[in-house]
Each structure stands twice: as structure tokens, then as C-alpha cells.
Write a protein that binds this ligand. Structure first.
Ligand code: ADP
Ligand code: MG
Length: 301
């Protein structure tokens, strides 16, 4: 997409987004509530119209050819309305019947780990199992591309894990997956690439490990010294708490080498020696700080 824009009345929900999502990758759009994630995916799915910009999904413009897209994409909604009195296999069969080339039902149930639940009524499934059934439904038409809008919001930790494993397995099928989330750990665990959206704009994009240069950012070295041993005068320490010292450095390899060389020479054990880099959470909080301020959340309905 290039320059994608969408407003609701005078409120600009998407402010000119340009992104490439690649075939076969798991792409996460990470951002706080109200950032524009659902607007974004629904425009790609052909369920909302954009105001400006160019969008191509599987070579098709979803605004004008949404029927051509519908059999090629699978959608997992934020909440689904299936018939809770049907059983698992019946539910998937029903959805399969809408598509020209469905994937066999038993194959789908195996993919999402529900093969032993095929005769269970939907209402008897746990939260995690129901979510896996949502994914099964999205897979019914054997789509090339899957959209998952906040797939684990409101889930307990074990249900989240179940859903994560199912999503990870989709990569092995060669599917392209676009998911939205406001959980950093979810984006980090699942995504090959991610973009952070805040206030309708993309504020960072890339590999979860190197996003916004966090692999090159200043590192913090922490260590403790035995009582009565003074730290070396090799560099300026940035903090001290009791016997624990902190060094912030942009030249980690060199400083760590000097520190450990000094310790070896002095016969000192550096207890608790630790190196920390900014986490994805640090980067995320910094980049989205503006939009979570009271002034902008006041615009929420
Ligand atoms: N149909 C709508 N009419 C008016 N405002 C909307 C509508 N849908 C979403 N919005 C507003 O647009 C912004 C982005 O919403 P949304 O795309 O749902 O964000 P997210 O999914 O990231 O929470 C929010 O401020 C929301 O209140
Ligand atoms: Mg949403």
C-alpha cells in the first residue's frame, strides 16, 4: 500500500500509510487501542473503503474487486458469531461449503489441533479451543492470506499459547498472515516483520530483533564487586547502588573487554555481571508514548 488514508468524519484514523507485506510472512501490526489497526485490516479485506492511496492485496484492489478476493483470503474476526449448538466438524463443513476449493475438514481440524474435538458442540469448547475453531473457519476456503485481528485479546495465558502455536504452524503451510495486536510479546513471538502503528501512522517497521535500531542502541552493563574493592577508573560509571555498578555504553565489546580484563588482572569476581539492551517494550513505549497521553485518548468515543 502507498499513502493509505482513512478518516471518520473529521477524525483521521489512518494518516498515509505505506507498507509492503511479503508473500509467506507473518506480519504484525502492533499498536495501542484506537491506533487504527482494525481500520487497516478491514480496508485490506475489502470491508471498508479508503479515502486515498493505493492498495493491492494478492494483486487485486480490495476497494473495487472485493469479490475476487473473498475466496482467496481467510478472516479471523475480533469476535465471531458461530452457532454454538453445532459441533466442531459441522461448523467447519458449513463454512467449507461456501468455497469453490475448500481444504478437507479433517485436515483443517488437524492443523488447528481440534481433531479429537470434532464431535464436540461449540459451546463446550474452552476459550482457546473456540479461538482455534475461528482459525479453522478462516482456513476452510484454503486461503492464501489470513487476517487475524487481535487473535488473543481477552485470553488467559494458556489459551494464548495454544493460539500462538496454531498461528506459527500456518507459516509452514506457506500462508501469508497479517495479524494485529496490542501485545508486544505476541508480535515478538509470532512476527517475521512488524510495524508499530500509533495515532494512524507507522512509527517503526522491521524485524522484531532489530526494530528501530534497538540492537545498536546503548547497552547497560551491570556488575557487583566484593566489599572493599573499588571499581576500575576505566570509564565513567553511570550509577551505583550499594556494591552494584552500572555502565551505559555505545561501545559494548570494548568496554566489556576492558572491564573483564581488569577483573581478571585484579583477581576479582564480577558477581551478577549482566548486559541489557532496550527491549521491544522499551522501543514500543517510547514510540507510542504520545498517543497514550490523555490529550489524544480523549478523542476516543
Ligand atoms: N466507524 C467508525 N466511525 C467513527 N470512528 C471510528 C469508526 N471506526 C473506528 N473509529 C475510530 O478510529 C480510530 C481507529 O479505530 P480502530 O481502527 O478500530 O483502531 P484499533 O483497532 O487499533 O483499536 C479510533 O479512534 C476509533 O474510535
Ligand atoms: Mg481493533
Amino acid at each position: 500500500m502507498r499513502g493509505l488514508k482513512k478518516s471518520y468524519g473529521r477524525f483521521a484514523a489512518l494518516r498515509g500509510i505505506s507498507l509492503d507485506i511479503r508473500h509467506g510472512e507473518i506480519f504484525a501490526l502492533l499498536g495501542p487501542n484506537g491506533a487504527g489497526k482494525t481500520t487497516f485490516v478491514e480496508i485490506l479485506e475489502g470491508y471498508r473503503h479508503r479515502d486515498a492511496g493505493e492498495v493491492w492485496v494478492l494483486g487485486v484492489d480490495p476497494d473495487h474487486q472485493s469479490m475476487a478476493l473473498k475466496t482467496r483470503i481467510g478472516i479471523v474476526l475480533q469476535s465471531s458469531g458461530m452457532d454454538r449448538y453445532l459441533n466442531v466438524a459441522e461448523t467447519v463443513e458449513m463454512y467449507s461449503s461456501y468455497y469453490p476449493q475448500p481444504r478437507p475438514v479433517d485436515e483443517i481440524l488437524e492443523l488447528v489441533g481440534l481433531e479429537t474435538k470434532r464431535d464436540e458442540r461449540v459451546l463446550r469448547l474452552s476459550g482457546g479451543q473456540q479461538r482455534r475453531l475461528d482459525v479453522a473457519i478462516a482456513l476452510a476456503g484454503n486461503p492464501e492470506l489470513l487476517f487475524l485481528d487481535e487473535p488473543t485479546t481477552g485470553f488467559d495465558p494458556s489459551a494464548r499459547r495454544e493460539v500462538w502455536e496454531v498461528i506459527k504452524n500456518l507459516r509452514g503451510l506457506g500462508k501469508t498472515v497479517v495479524l494485529t495486536t496490542h501485545f508486544m510479546d505476541e508480535a515478538q513471538y509470532l512476527a517475521d516483520r512488524l510495524a508499530i502503528i500509533a495515532n494512524g501512522s507507522i512509527v517503526a517497521e522491521g524485524d522484531p530483533a532489530t526494530l528501530a535500531g534497538r540492537d545498536r542502541m546503548v547497552a547497560t552493563v551491570r556488575f557487583s564487586l566484593p566489599e572493599g574493592i573499588a571499581p576500575p577508573a576505566l570509564f565513567e560509571l553511570s550509577a551505583q547502588t550499594g556494591a552494584t555498578y552500572e555502565l551505559r555504553t555505545a561501545a559494548l565489546t570494548r568496554d566489556l573487554h576492558e572491564l573483564t580484563a581488569w577483573a581478571l588482572g585484579a583477581g576479582v569476581e564480577l558477581a551478577d555481571l549482566r548486559v541489557d539492551r532496550p527491549t521491544l517494550e522499551d522501543v514500543y513505549l517510547e514510540l507510542t508514548a504520545e498517543v497514550t497521553s490523555p490529550a489524544s485518548t480523549a478523542r476516543e468515543p
